[in-house]
Design a protein around this ligand. Structure first.
Ligand SMILES: C[S@@+](CC[C@H](N)C(=O)[O-])C[C@H]1O[C@@H](n2cnc3c(N)ncnc32)[C@H](O)[C@@H]1O
Length: 460
C-alpha cells in the first residue's frame, strides 16, 4: 500500500506556530489540534509538543536577540523555530532544513518579515551555545515553566524541585493496562514479543512499552483486552477495592513494604455500591470494573466527556450506570442509598502530567490552583456523607502541588474530625514523578509514573 507523502515542513511550522499562539491565548492544545486538518495533525502535534517543552528558553533568546518583539504571528513562528533548534532537545529535523522551511513559512505569513526571521535564526544557529548560556540565569528559560509555577514547586518540593521540573520536560513512557478479566501483563508481553515489540510487565496488569505506538497497532485493543493508562493512574483500582492491591506492587521490594501497601479493612466485595464521582474519560471506571463485579455509578458534570466513558466501557464490554451531574449537589442525583466505596478523582491543575500535556503549564494561572482546591474541598465535603459506615473514599489528583494533595486532605480530616475519619497507612500520598516512583529500583526515571496524589480515607 502506498503511504501518503509527508506534508511540507513549512506547512507544519505554520500550523505549529498558530497552535502555540492559541495555547498562549488560553486554548488547550487538545482543542486546537482537534481543528487541525487531518493530514497535518500528527506532525503539528509532534512539533507543538516539542516547542512547548522549550518555549521559555526560546522566548528568552528571541527577546535577547530582538528586544523589540515582531508582530505576534511572526513571533510565534520565530520562537517555535528557535525551540526546535534548541541544543540537546533532539531536534526533529536537520538545522538547515528547519531554518529554510521556517523562512519559507514566514514568507507565506508576512513577506516583509522573511529576512528578519532568516537573520535571527541563522545568528541563533551560529551563536547558539553563547545565547543559550546567556539566558540560563532566567528561571523561565532554564526550566521552561512560568515563574509562579517554578516558585510553587520550589516551595512544595524544596529538595526535589529541579528534578521535578526537569522530569516534566521528558517524554513520557507508554504504559498499558491489561484487562484483568481477559489476561495478564506477562502473557501480553509475550504477544508483543511475537510481533517483535519490546515491553516489560510491571506487576500483574501493567505493561511498559519500550517505544510508544498507535493504539490501533496494539493486539486486542479494539476487542477490549488492553487500555492505555499510566502506572500512577493504575494504582487507583487496587487501592480503592482493597483486594489485589499487590497487583501493581513492584516485585523485588522488601516484604514488609509489600504488606504495608495493602489497604486496611475488609476488601470491597462483589455487588458493593461504588461511586466514581468524576469519572470521565473513564480510565479508572474501567479499571474498577475489570477488577471486581461492583455496582458502579459513574458521574461527570461534562456530558460530552461522559460519552467517552460509555465508549470505553463498550470497547471493554463492561457495564456501569452513567449520569451527568455535579457531584457537589447530591440532592439532585443521589437516591439516598449509601456507597461502600467512593472514588473522587477530582478536577485539578494536572501539574503532575505536564510531560504528557506540555501546554498545561502555559495555560494555567496562579489563581487556578486556589480555585481548583476550593472545588476539591467542596467535592470532598459533599461526598463524605454519602459513604456508608465502614466505607472508604479514595481521593486522587494528578497534581504535584501540595494544596491539591496532602494539604487538602489534612484540612478535610480536621473539618470532619467529629466523624473520626482515618487515613489508611497504605495511602501513597504524593507520587511526585521522580526516579523513586519508577516501577522498580534501577529503572530509568523516564519510566516513573505520572505525578499523582492518593489518600484512602475510611469512615468508622
Ligand atoms: C481528573 S478528571 C477524571 C479522570 C477520570 N477519573 C479517569 O480516570 O479517566 C476530572 C473529571 O471531573 C469532572 N468534573 C469536574 N467538576 C465536577 C463536578 N463538580 N462534578 C462531577 N464531575 C466533575 C471533569 O469533567 C473531569 O472529567
Amino acid at each position: 500500500m502506498a503511504t501518503a507523502p509527508s506534508p511540507p515542513l513549512a506547512r507544519l511550522l505554520d500550523q505549529t506556530a498558530d497552535a502555540v499562539a492559541a495555547v498562549r491565548s488560553g486554548r488547550s492544545l487538545t482543542e486546537v489540534l482537534a481543528r487541525c486538518p487531518v493530514e497535518l495533525k500528527p506532525g503539528t502535534q509532534a512539533l507543538s509538543f516539542h516547542v512547548l517543552r522549550w518555549w521559555g528558553g526560546a522566548q528568552a533568546v528571541r527577546a535577547l536577540m530582538a528586544p523589540k518583539a515582531p508582530p505576534a504571528n511572526v513571533d510565534a513562528l520565530l520562537c517555535s523555530a528557535i525551540a526546535l533548534l534548541w541544543p540537546g532537545s533532539e531536534p526533529p529535523y536537520a538545522e538547515h532544513t528547519l531554518v529554510d522551511q521556517a523562512v519559507g513559512a514566514a514568507r507565506q505569513r508576512t513577506p516583509a518579515a522573511a529576512n528578519f526571521v532568516n537573520a535571527v535564526l541563522r545568528r541563533f544557529v551560529r551563536e547558539r551555545d553563547a545565547l543559550v548560556a546567556a539566558v540560563q540565569p532566567q528561571p523561565i528559560a532554564a526550566f521552561n515553566h512560568p515563574l509562579w509555577w517554578i516558585e510553587r514547586i520550589k516551595q512544595d518540593w524544596p529538595q526535589h524541585w529541579q528534578a521535578l521540573l526537569g522530569a516534566a520536560n521528558k517524554h513520557p513512557p507508554m504504559v498499558l493496562r491489561v484487562n484483568a478479566r481477559r489476561g495478564t501483563a506477562a502473557a501480553y508481553v509475550q504477544r508483543l514479543a511475537a510481533q517483535g515489540r519490546g515491553a516489560q510487565a510491571i506487576g500483574e496488569q501493567a505493561v511498559l512499552l519500550d517505544k510508544p505506538l498507535p493504539v490501533t497497532e496494539l493486539p486486542g485493543f479494539a476487542e477490549g483486552e488492553v487500555s492505555v493508562q499510566d502506572l500512577s493512574a493504575q494504582r487507583a483500582g487496587p487501592l480503592l477495592l482493597g483486594a489485589g492491591a499487590d497487583r501493581l506492587s513492584p516485585p523485588g521490594r522488601p516484604k514488609g513494604e509489600y504488606l504495608r501497601a495493602q489497604p486496611e479493612g475488609v476488601p470491597v466485595t462483589a455487588r458493593a455500591r461504588v461511586l466514581d464521582a468524576c469519572a470521565a474519560p473513564g480510565g479508572k471506571t474501567a479499571q474498577l470494573l475489570e477488577l471486581a463485579d461492583v455496582d458502579l455509578l459513574a458521574l461527570d458534570s461534562d456530558p460530552l466527556r461522559l460519552t467517552r466513558v460509555q465508549e470505553t466501557l463498550n470497547r471493554l464490554q463492561l457495564k456501569a450506570h452513567l449520569q451527568v451531574a455535579d457531584a457537589r449537589e447530591p440532592a439532585r442525583w443521589w437516591d439516598g442509598r449509601p456507597f461502600d466505596a467512593i472514588l473522587l478523582d477530582a478536577p485539578c491543575t494536572a501539574s503532575g502530567i505536564v510531560r504528557r500535556h506540555p501546554d498545561v503549564r502555559w495555560l494555567r494561572r496562579p489563581d487556578d490552583v486556589v480555585a481548583l482546591s476550593r472545588i476539591q474541598a467542596e467535592l470532598l465535603d459533599a461526598l463524605w456523607p454519602l459513604l456508608a459506615p465502614g466505607g472508604r473514599l479514595l481521593y486522587a489528583t494528578c497534581s504535584v502541588f501540595r494544596l491539591e494533595g496532602q494539604q487538602q486532605i489534612d484540612a478535610f480530616l480536621q473539618r470532619h474530625a467529629a466523624d473520626k475519619p482515618w487515613l489508611d497507612p497504605a495511602s501513597p500520598g504524593h507520587l511526585p514523578g521522580l526516579p523513586d516512583n519508577a516501577p522498580r529500583p534501577g529503572f530509568a526515571s523516564e519510566t516513573s509514573g505520572d505525578g499523582f496524589f492518593y489518600a484512602l480515607i475510611h469512615k468508622p
